[in-house]
Design a binder for this molecule. Sequence first.
Ligand code: SF4
Length: 438
Amino acid sequence: MKKVAFYTLGCKLNYSETSAIARSFEQRGFKKVDFSDTPDIFVINTCSVTENADKKCKKIVKEARKISPDAFVAIIGCYAQLKPQEIASIEGVDAVLGAAEKFQLLDLLGTFERQKQTQVFHSDIREVAQMYCSSYSYGDRTRSFLKVQDGCNYNCSFCTIPLARGKSRSDTIANIVAQAQEIAQTEVKEVVLTGVNIGDFGIIEGKRQEKFVDLIKALDEIDGIERFRISSIEPNLLTNEIIEFVAQSKRFVPHFHIPLQSGSNKILKLMHRRYVRELYAERVKKIKSLMPHCCIGVDVIVGFPSETDEDFLETYHFLNDLDISYLHVFTYSERDNTPALQIAESVPMPKRNERSKMLHILSEKKRRYFYEQNIGRTATVLFEQDIQNGKMEGFTENYIRVVAKYDPLLINELKKVHLLEINAEGLVEVEEAEMQFA
Ligand code: SF4
């Protein structure tokens, strides 16, 4: 039995795809092992957004070669789609597979015999139109990432994802419900819906056929999954109908992650984003009017070309005034083949870093304030299996990280708790709602 190991860089979508590919290996009789367990085959799923993607890829290949000098090393994923020849020239790589070919890895590579020349399987991203089914991760028992959509038609001026993943396309609601029912048979309690632009869900065979809101309504009826979380959704696609449905849903939790990217309308326009800051503020207001304790996470990019100190401060004050819960801050970095490269005034790196630091501090302030607003409330926590110093952690439905004394009976369980106080590590201490933790 040949042993295969996987390594994933990047986003939740990549994790769900690695999981699906790993399952197809197991179905063909391969044994999935840890990276260090002398595998015969390594599959490395890369990301184009990760900083220093090339260096990271080289390092992982080198590490793989050290562990199993004669193993077969295959590189797949976004970076493989964007720079196949660059990756093929990395010493120790046996095969490079692009966005479409990664799912045919087993058929294309057959016996995984190493050859003199690196094999490259790659097609033009404009021709990648398939939506592959059964992409969900099932690793840590607690949570599963279910891919419902792939690709993006938006072409934001800083982003390489449409070049790496192609046009927006989705699986059907019927197929996704069937996959969710499969997950419901496992121990998984929470499913996170993932995709590149999930609000754009519903384009099947090139035509818009279904709607995201109908998908969540169908999933809400599935018994056996306690919670659904929407990973990230564009503000212009987050409709009142979606917000109102989540507010009264049985299983969709009060947590949205909404990319803003900039609080300056001038910069939003240069980014080719499809909304203005006023629309974003309206979305937040609508959510909070229906779900006052809803968690709202925000993506923001600092140092986009031509972002002046005034533009940045506009973003800073906009975020400071918004009722949001945390930020994911990204420092702009130049990417090949993106329209943003044409904007002449690039922001010096020290300035980008300084702005990033300011927003990180703001994020901590926002998170703490959000947590404070929840102290004294009762919430439901899904406890995870990691134990550290006799403590275990978990998340409430509205994404507050809590900590409790380790109890094996709590692992992967949903428990009603009282939120007591914020501890020195910034986590919320809890006690069980019915009974004190011993
Ligand atoms: S919406 Fe914009 S940032 Fe998001 S994947 Fe599409 S092009 Fe990239």
